[in-house]
Structure formats: structure tokens, C-alpha cells
Design a protein around this ligand. Structure first.
Ligand SMILES: [Zn+2]
Length: 434
């Protein structure tokens, strides 16, 4: 697996001259994830660390629940860590955890911090009145080995990463982790279907992206294809899950035929996990290539603001939509736009990008999901449905204000336009549609 870069929070070193971007460097937070190549002995150590983290999390959760029932308050991560440290010196017969000494102290400590974070999110959701409160759950070995996070002295080199207690671990890919001009904040080690990964969170100095020639690109993210851009680029959906369904069914059947709790069943489960891993990797790869290509080529990207969770409620669409990982695509476009110096605009959800004719502006009253080709009754345009939508997105928001007075536009569109005109700054004369 290559990059999986997530966090992007910019810290401006100086606010002196905000208008001048050229040659300025900023410190950013980035995460680099890559596969480890551990020895047998190291795998044992990794399992031990993950076990410590899981134990500490479950132990802390139990403590918190007990304390809350007794006193109405729950202890903080620091209190719990102190208590856990005391347990390390006790023998196992008296409920101590002397075996934790073999692992880095960070693993349980960070697990308790995660627990605190899980509690905070739970209270936040309660306050917001969310339907699913998501109270922290106990971690089980059966649901996977999980992960652990280490802090302290972490160093990356060309082909290795050095972690506290674990020492030097070989990497499968050379030269991927950043070596110079970085400050490593933490390392998270995780396991997936028999492979081990390390994700380094680093603070890195990067220079601002070079200014690009003005080029607006509308992107229609869809099901049949991952995305279509207004300049006519097609990004096909690998539909990895659909293609793997057959293999998956065969292997899942094999699992159900094995005796529960047997070694053969465990092996069969691992075979299922491998198919899932392959599906995930294929999808990730295609999405990363697509989002990078778009973010690099455009100076302004216009996407549709999708109500993904609302769409997932529609059962016919649900699997295909999650297959295309719509929200992941939007997330990637957003952070890569920042990286490569492009501006991201989100067209209003009610902007009729599919129903509108990109040549004459006529808005159709209805457009079936199966109509792959757009036929315009007003001007006779025949165009691919997704390409038409992408071109319409490119014209947003200039066109949204024009279609407001058009008698053909629907009530929805008119409403959204009024909203738009209130919220939008007026001078976007760069995109005229003709
Ligand atoms: Zn037309």
C-alpha cells in the first residue's frame, strides 16, 4: 500500500504578509502509512503490544463504568494510567499485570487516551442529540488484532523505522517515509489480514504550491463511473466488490462448513479477509489516482454537495454507492485541492446539474436514473449524462443565478438560487457560459 495521507492542519508561521504566497513554507501535519516487514520475533512483539493496548482499553473502560456507577464520575486517562502502573508491580495472582513490563509503556498509555477520546465523542453525540450515541465498546481479539500507538524516540530511514522497545523494523517499500525536515509525533502500528502497517504522524515543512493557470473543472462523482470531469476525462469504477462477490461467496461458504472454534475455521476466516483486503486496495488505488489527477490539473474544482447518508437509505443504491466510496472521494478531493493549490467549490445540493442542459440551460422536469444519454428537447443536444452534469457543475454558480428567472426551472432550483445569491460573493465573472 502506498500513501494514505490524512490529516491536514496548517499552522501559519507568520501572518505578516498574507497576500504573498510565493515561496512561503508552512508546517503541516501529515500521516504516512506503509507496510512493515517484521521478523517472526518482531511479529510476536507486535502482537504483545497490540494485546497490551487492548487490555488497557478494556480494563480502563471497565474501571470507568464501575466508578461511574459508584460515584457518578469517571476517572481520567492520567488517573487510570497511574493505577495501571501500580498494577504492573503486583504479581499476577493478586490481579497485577507484570507481563506489561515487556512492552513499551506507550501502548497502554495511548490506549487509555483513545478511551478518553471515545468518551468525549460519546458525550458530544449525546449533547447533539444524535440517534446513535456510540458508547465505547469492549475490544475483542476475535474482531481483529487491532493497533497500538507509540510516542517518543521514533526515527525513519530509507528502509527501516526505529520504534521504542521494538527497535529497528524493516519496511517493504524503500524511501517512502520522510526522512529530512520532519518531526515525528507518533507511530501507529496496525494489523490487517496478516499484514502489518506503520503510520507515522509527522510535522513537516512544505512550501506553498505554485500558482496554476486558471482552469475550472466540474467533477461529477457517480456510480457507473467513479467520476467524469467537464474536460471529458472518464475515471472508471473498478467495482471491486461486485467482481469479488463470487470468490467471497465460495470462501464464506467454506467458513460456515468448518467447525466453530477449530483451527481450520480460523484459516478459512483469514482467506475471506484476504478477499476483502484486495477489494479495499483496488478501490483505494483507483480513488487515489483519480483525486490526485483532478487536484493536480485544476485551479478550481467544482463538486456537487451530496447528501450521502440520505442516499444510503435508498436500498437499491446503497451497495453500489458505498462501493464507489462517495464520501471518501470528497474527503480526498478536499485535502488534495489544498495540497496542490486548487480552490474547492461545492455546488448547492438543489442545483439541477443532471437535469439541466449544458448547452441551452433548459431544465428537464424528470430524468430517470437509467437514462445514460441526455437528450435536450429544446436545442437537440445529445450528450453523455455524466459529462453533461460535469459541465453544468463547471458553470456553477454563474449559471445558478441565470436559471433563477428561467420559467423552466423547478421550485427547488429557484429556492436554492435565492439562497445562493444571498451567500455568494458577487464577482465570479470568470466563467461565462455561451
Ligand atoms: Zn439544450
Amino acid at each position: 500500500m502506498r500513501s494514505n495521507l490524512r490529516t491536514e492542519s496548517r499552522k501559519q508561521p507568520s501572518e505578516e504578509n498574507p497576500s504573498c504566497n510565493a515561496g512561503r513554507t508552512v508546517r503541516v501535519l501529515r500521516a504516512y502509512k506503509t507496510e512493515l516487514d517484521p521478523t517472526c520475533h518482531q511479529v510476536e512483539q507486535l502482537l504483545q503490544h497490540a494485546g497490551c493496548a487492548r487490555y488497557a482499553y478494556n480494563w480502563g473502560l471497565r474501571k470507568k463504568i464501575e466508578a461511574y456507577k459508584a460515584t457518578g464520575k469517571s476517572p481520567s486517562a492520567i488517573d487510570l494510567h497511574r493505577e495501571l502502573n501500580a498494577l504492573k508491580t503486583k504479581p499476577q495472582e493478586e490481579g497485577g499485570v507484570p507481563w506489561m513490563h515487556e512492552s513499551s509503556k506507550c501502548a497502554p498509555q495511548e490506549a487509555l487516551r483513545n478511551l478518553d477520546a471515545a468518551y468525549k465523542s460519546f458525550f458530544r453525540r449525546c449533547k447533539a442529540g444524535a440517534k446513535k450515541k456510540g458508547f465505547p465498546r469492549f475490544k475483542s481479539r476475535k474482531n481483529g488484532i487491532g493497533s497500538f500507538r507509540l510516542t517518543g524516540s521514533i526515527r525513519a530511514s530509507e528502509a527501516h523505522v526505529r520504534l521504542p522497545v521494538l527497535g529497528e523494523l524493516r519496511l517493504k517499500e524503500r524511501g517512502y517515509l520522510p526522512v529530512e525536515n520532519v518531526k515525528v509525533l507518533s507511530a501507529t502500528v496496525s494489523e490487517q489480514a496478516g499484514r502489518w502497517f506503520v503510520s507515522l504522524q509527522v510535522e513537516q515543512e512544505v512550501s506553498d504550491p505554485e500558482p496554476k493557470p486558471h482552469h475550472v473543472v466540474g467533477v461529477d462523482v457517480g456510480i457507473k463511473r467513479l467520476a467524469v470531469t467537464s474536460d471529458g476525462k472518464n475515471f472508471d469504477n473498478p467495482k471491486a466488490l461486485g467482481k469479488a462477490q463470487r470468490t467471497l461467496r465460495i470462501r464464506q461458504k467454506a467458513v460456515s462448513r468448518k467447525q466453530k472454534g477449530s483451527a481450520n475455521r480460523r484459516k478459512a476466516v483469514a482467506r475471506v479477509a484476504k478477499v476483502h483486503r484486495r477489494v479495499t486496495n483496488i478501490r483505494k488505488d483507483a480513488i487515489h489516482k483519480m483525486t490526485t489527477s483532478i487536484a493536480k490539473s485544476a485551479s478550481v474544482i467544482v463538486v456537487e454537495d451530496l447528501n450521502v447518508s440520505g442516499m444510503l437509505k435508498n436500498h437499491c443504491l446503497a451497495r453500489a454507492l458505498s462501493d464507489a466510496s462517495l464520501s471518501e472521494i470528497h474527503r480526498q478531493i478536499a485535502y488534495k485541492a489544498k495540497w496542490y493549490g486548487a480552490e474547492l467549490r461545492k455546488a448547492d445540493r438543489f442545483y439541477p446539474s443532471s437535469k439541466r442542459c449544458s448547452a441551452c440551460g433548459n431544465v428537464k422536469a424528470t430524468l430517470g436514473l437509467d437514462e445514460r444519454i441526455y437528450h435536450c428537447e429544446a436545442c437537440g443536444l445529445v450528450i453523455d449524462r455524466d459529462l453533461n452534469a460535469a459541465i453544468n457543475l463547471k458553470m456553477w454558480p454563474t449559471v445558478a443565478s441565470a436559471s433563477a428567472c428561467c420559467p423552466g426551472s423547478s421550485g427547488h432550483a429557484r429556492k436554492s438560487v435565492t439562497k445562493l445569491l444571498v451567500g455568494q460573493e458577487p464577482s465570479r465573472e470568470d466563467e461565462v457560459y455561451d
